[in-house]
Write a protein that binds this ligand. Sequence first.
Ligand code: FAD
Length: 372
Amino acid sequence: MKVWDALVIGAGPAGCAAAYDLARTGRKVLLFDRSDFPRQKACAGGLTAKTVKALRYSVEPVIRQQMAQIRVERDENRSIVLRRRSDYCFMTVREELDAYCLRQTIAAGAEFRRIGAIQSIVQDESGVIVAIDGQILRTSFLIGADGVHSRVRQLTEPDAAWFWRAFALEACVPCSATERQDLVFDFSPVRDGYGWIFPKADHLNVGLYSYNQAEKIDRSRLNTYLQIRGITQAPTHVIGQYAGFGAAGHSIAETRVFLIGDAGGFVDPLTGEGIYFAVVSGQAAAAAIHSDLSGNGPAHRHFARHTEGLRKNLDIATKAARWFYSNLDEGFFYLSMPLLRSALLNTFADGIKLAGLASTVRARSIHRHTDA
Ligand SMILES: Cc1cc2nc3c(=O)[nH]c(=O)nc-3n(C[C@H](O)[C@H](O)[C@H](O)COP(=O)(O)OP(=O)(O)OC[C@H]3O[C@@H](n4cnc5c(N)ncnc54)[C@H](O)[C@@H]3O)c2cc1C
């Protein structure tokens, strides 16, 4: 029986990033998805500058618009425009981005197959046996990149108490290519989340996100939000999905199965950003597997080490989300302070270490309360 170096389940940003790096280092990698591509994925498709930098190839052909400013709104009377000289957000349509990334991954040497159902996953000391559509496959390592409802996670970590989800709903609205549109984060329409407007040249992607389970986000609430924003055109492609969180609380035990992207809870609850974390966790899994197969010690230790920084950042982002959404007025006040504003913006765009930013915010907060 052929033994693969790695099987990757799921060909979104996480799975493609992992399979691409493995193929590039000459590993035998088989990438699966249950969909044919292009396929729709609920996602606003905003790539921060750090995501574009992390990707191994240019995604320029699928960038619809580049943004150097964001409008942040607290309510209808209070808004701030955050600007910088270089672009920090690149607008894509996920259908186009994912099909493009999959083509790059196949060109790099990964084999792609469409599958139906995964029946079982069994690990032993030398590898993993996976039953897919009644066929048995053997691999040295398995990567679960199959999104928020990950079958790989269900089969290998059925209890996964560290994992949690939050919902977002979006729609597309046509707009004229010549009409200037801002990229907007609006903190007024939902609790513990925001409404967004992302321009994509010929349409706007408008949505609502909240990590508060008690917030009911449905089609009628989204329609009300569109009306409030003065958007009168009928929305199309209304689609909702959960995002996966909790990577910060997941400790990596001895294993040959790695969960990356949404499957592994690599989404930032403060901003809802997940593509960057999907790409980087995918690359970390590939590097870990390559090190192990090159005789440099067990992959799970490398994976834990390579993702440590990401997990720390997500831990800080989780605490920051709790604080920010419970203290919106104060949070908004900090955004209006030039020094903090540019630090926050650069962190979001470029991914500087969050620990440094957290201590700046703490220092400013102490200062403010002492002054008051
Ligand atoms: C409404 C919404 C808006 C968002 N907007 C943004 C944004 O603007 N910017 C940003 O950075 N993040 C955003 N996110 C988060 C982002 O979409 C995810 O974090 C990101 O897609 C995760 O990538 P992934 O590869 O882990 O998973 P996915 O992109 O979900 O890909 C998983 C793949 O696995 C496949 N799959 C699933 N189950 C199986 C199975 N059993 N067998 C085989 N294949 C399977 C799926 O078909 C899919 O192709 C948003 C999320 C939502 C819900």
